[in-house]
Design a protein around this ligand. Structure first.
Ligand code: PGA
Length: 250
């Protein structure tokens, strides 16, 4: 039985500016108070170095994507090594918005995750089903397929995190029920342990999709929900700090 520290990561998406980084001061204070919880914020690339200095080490700052190559002719992209040099400690790959907007495939996500892990970043790989798949009852199958094909091999020292984000719950105000989350997180855990053995028991599995101050505590109490990936409710300390506190109490 593994004891996994809770992890709460904010994904600012294409939101925020230098002024918004003031939110990191109370978030960092809450993170220092929240024993047993790791806290991260992934702002847009341009804000990463300044966010690192504002967060002062209490909050891990991360990127929302990285390229699979270390450098080269890839206009508009940022590599994992560049994120590390900017002070990032983590990265999100395979977010459903990138899978949809940029046509990212499982194969590409897997290559990005491998590059990020090799660069020493805590790497959050996102998976999740669309509503039609849930209605059809194929949601677990879909997510386990994505997981199998999006996760790279796992070196012992690397830190892999999985985020289960039902696409119908992202930005909609609709959240998976605790029962929905329990079913999926258990299935993901079994798949991780089947594939990685003991190391699969150490991988943290986050829930994402309209996670907020009201529903965080009950979601974090579900077995194998090891924290949250939070979009809208991570943009202000007023909304994000109660989620960090809920993780600390769980
Ligand atoms: P949301 O986004 O919390 O705004 O639903 C979650 C995510 O996309 O990571």
């Amino acid at each position: 039985m593994h004891v996994r520290r809770k992890l709460v990561v904010g994904n600012w998406k294409m939101n925020g500016n230098r002024a918004a980084l003031a939110e990191l001061i109370p978030i960092a204070a809450a993170a220092r108070e929240a024993a047993g919880v790791d806290v991260g914020i992934c702002p847009p690339f341009t804000l990463i170095p300044l966010a690192v200095s504002r967060a002062g080490g209490a909050v891990a700052i991360g990127g929302q994507d990285c390229h699979a190559s270390a450098s080269g002719a890839h206009t508009g992209n940022v590599s994992a090594a560049m994120l590390v040099e900017a002070g990032a400690k983590l990265v999100i790959v395979g977010h459903s918005e990138r899978r949809a907007d940029q046509g990212e495939t499982d194969v590409l996500v897997r290559a990005k995750a491998a590059a990020a892990l090799a660069a020493g970043l805590r790497t959050i790989v996102c998976v999740g089903e669309v509503e039609e798949e849930r209605i059809a009852g194929s949601h677990v199958e879909k997510v386990l397929y994505q997981l199998e094909h999006s996760l790279p091999e796992l070196a012992a020292e690397a830190e892999l995190v999985v985020a289960y984000e039902p696409i119908w719950a992202i930005g909609t105000g609709r959240t998976a029920t605790c029962g929905d989350a329990a079913e999926m997180h258990r299935a993901i855990r079994e798949s991780l342990v089947d594939r990685f053995g003991d190391a699969g028991g150490r991988v943290r599995i986050l829930y994402g999709g309209s996670c907020n101050a009201t529903n965080a505590a009950e979601l974090f109490a579900v077995e194998d929900v090891d924290g949250g990936l939070v979009g809208g409710a991570s943009l202000t300390a007023a909304q994000f700090v109660p989620i960090v506190e809920a993780a600390a109490r769980s």
